[in-house]
Design a protein around this ligand. Structure first.
Ligand code: FES
Length: 121
């Protein structure tokens, strides 16, 4: 199974079809996912230090472009754990003003994943 490492934290295994946001949360990290995993809020953002996917969902690309954030962070609700990665969650319940992380995202990527290449710049 792929191995996911939280920067300065734990390393754990996840199934290849698991959403990264859920793998991070289920490992005990209080990552935010305020929109419930629909590429709408960006609170599930992570920096991928190693193993950044070369593809992304169209929904993620459009949200990052809207926020002028392409190349700065990725949306963990739009990434599958299909290879080894080292990631750094950027927004957590404990360092925010939210009382909870948000509704738990579904097990499959929402909206339905339409894969595109990650922009090179
Ligand atoms: S963008 Fe909202 S949970 Fe990922």
């Amino acid at each position: 199974m792929p191995s996911i490492t939280i920067k300065d934290g734990a390393t754990f295994e996840a199934t290849a079809d698991k959403r990264l946001v859920l793998a991070i949360e289920d490992s005990g990290v209080d990552i935010l996912h305020r929109c419930g995993g629909y590429a709408g809020c960006t609170t599930c953002r992570v920096v991928v230090h190693e193993g950044e996917p070369t593809t992304m969902t169209k929904a993620e690309l459009e949200k990052l472009q809207e926020n002028e954030a392409v190349g700065q962070y990725r949306l963990s609700c739009q990434i599958l754990c299909d290879h080894d990665m080292t990631v750094e969650p950027l927004m957590r319940v404990s360092s925010s003003n939210y009382d909870d992380a948000g509704k738990r995202p579904k097990d499959t990527i929402t909206p339905d994943a339409e894969w595109v290449d990650k922009p090179t710049s």
